[in-house]
Design a protein around this ligand. Structure first.
Ligand SMILES: Nc1nc2c(ncn2[C@@H]2O[C@H](COP(=O)(O)OP(=O)(O)O)[C@@H](O)[C@H]2O)c(=O)[nH]1
Ligand SMILES: [Mg+2]
Length: 402
């Protein structure tokens, strides 16, 4: 009897439960189809530009004018003159503000540089820091073009400091590495680009470096920065070796309304530089930027040419800044070039271009060490505003990631 009652109870419970399930599932089925979430998935990483994106859409791609666009055929009024006026108006671009540029471009920097920081952090977090590991640390630094002397110094400092660390948490290691890398970058260098003369003449900046390093591009980008800061800029196209060089500079200038002083192809670079400064003075310009040729055929040839440009310009006023442009992707070769140029002219600042395309950011450390001159600007792409003031802290943070 008890068994029967128990069976009945069990049956009721089981059926009830099943019924509930069925009802539950029916209820579920009857629910209206789920609407898509109202807000997009915010955990998705933001879309970022990739290295080389700019390369796909050339900066100098011909702009389509209104005339080239198929206009809808309107048979009635001849409104053509109005359109023409539009086309003729020069299109002056408004450059991006310079503040915070390195932070904005940081993603681009860390994409190429992360390997160094991450590699070092991984090595230092190993349980046993034996000789082999330290050698790997050294190799990582050398591969990133930090240079032999700075690498040895850094490894020595790290060995000492890691020894006295009790725990070696990732946070501690990161902090330690950050401090030591920062020391190597000489954070207290004055990195101001001197564009003010202090006299009543314009500030004079000369840009030098081997062909293809990015001199003209940098001059153009710098002109934009200065124009954005409200300065009146005159450009001097003292690379007379190729006519295209002056055209290239002039195009950059036209984009922001800066005039380019140029001469005939094969003309005397010094006399163009002289004229550019003379016209800058006459116009009451704030800054004159002089782009030069970088043929490194012979050192004496280079010395003659750059030396003469400098001497001739200084008949007007002293140069306020001589920027050496180096291509970060050329590594040790860049250092050799740096040495040659430093013998020819007094370099006051270094511009390291194409940092977006190399994992060898250690060259910043090496080249400053080599010349005893600060890296003042870095190029992080071919885009018009991809030039940033060099900021050691932001740079190290990009190396080490967050
Ligand atoms: N990815 C990248 N390309 C750059 C950068 N700076 C310059 N370039 C490119 O390097 C090439 C040579 O530049 P150019 O200014 O003509 O060099 P110059 O011969 O020294 O005047 C051009 O294609 C530039 O667009 C940079 O920071 N990043
Ligand atoms: Mg050039």
């Amino acid at each position: 009897m008890e068994i029967v009652i128990l069976a009945v109870v069990i049956a009721v419970v089981v059926f009830g439960a099943l019924g509930g399930l069925v009802v539950g599932s029916r209820r579920k089925k009857r629910l209206p189809p789920q609407a898509p979430p109202a807000t997009p998935d915010i955990t998705a990483p933001p879309a970022e530009p990739h290295v080389g994106d700019e390369a796909e859409t050339p900066r100098d791609e011909a702009r389509r004018t209104i005339e080239e666009v198929d206009l809808p055929l309107v048979e009635t009024e001849p409104s053509a003159p109005v359109v023409e006026e539009f086309v003729r108006a020069p299109e002056i671009e408004v450059p991006e503000p310079t503040a915070g540029r390195l932070v904005r471009l940081r993603a681009r920097l860390s994409r190429s540089q992360n390997a160094l920081g991450k590699g070092l952090l991984t090595l230092l977090s190993r349980e046993h820091l034996d000789e082999d590991t330290w050698e790997e640390v050294e190799d990582t630094l050398l591969t990133a073009d930090v240079g032999v002397q700075p690498t040895q110094e850094l490894v020595e400092r790290l060995r000492e400091r890691v020894k006295v660390l009790g725990t070696r948490t990732p946070g501690e290691l990161r902090g330690l590495l950050r401090e030591e890398l920062l020391t190597l970058l000489v954070p207290d260098f004055d990195r101001t680009v001197n564009t003010e003369s202090g006299l009543d003449t314009p500030g004079i900046v000369m840009v030098v470096g081997v062909n293809g390093t990015g001199k003209t591009t940098t001059t153009g980008k710098l002109a934009r920065v200065l124009v954005a800061d409200g300065k009146n800029v005159v450009l001097g196209a003292a690379d007379t070796f190729r006519a295209a060089a002056a055209d290239q500079l002039q195009t950059w200038g036209e984009r922001v309304g800066a005039r380019t002083v140029r001469g005939p192809e094969g003309g005397d670079p010094a006399s163009i530089a002289f004229d550019a400064v003379k016209e800058g003075i006459q116009e009451g310009a704030d800054v004159v930027l002089i782009d030069t040729a970088g043929r490194l055929h012979t050192k004496t040839g280079l010395m003659d040419e750059l030396g003469k440009v400098k001497r001739v310009v200084e008949k007007h006023a002293p140069l306020d800044e001589v920027l050496l442009v180096l291509d970060a992707t050329t590594g040790q070769n860049g250092l050799v070039q740096a040495r040659v140029f430093a013998e020819v002219v007094d370099i006051t600042g270094i511009v390291l271009t194409k940092l977006d395309g190399t994992a060898k950011g250690g060259i910043v450390i090496a080249v400053q060490r080599e010349l005893g001159v600060p890296v003042k600007l870095v190029g992080l792409g071919e885009g018009a505003d991809d030039l940033a003031p060099f900021d050691p802290e932001a740079f190290v943070d990009a190396l080490l990631g967050d």
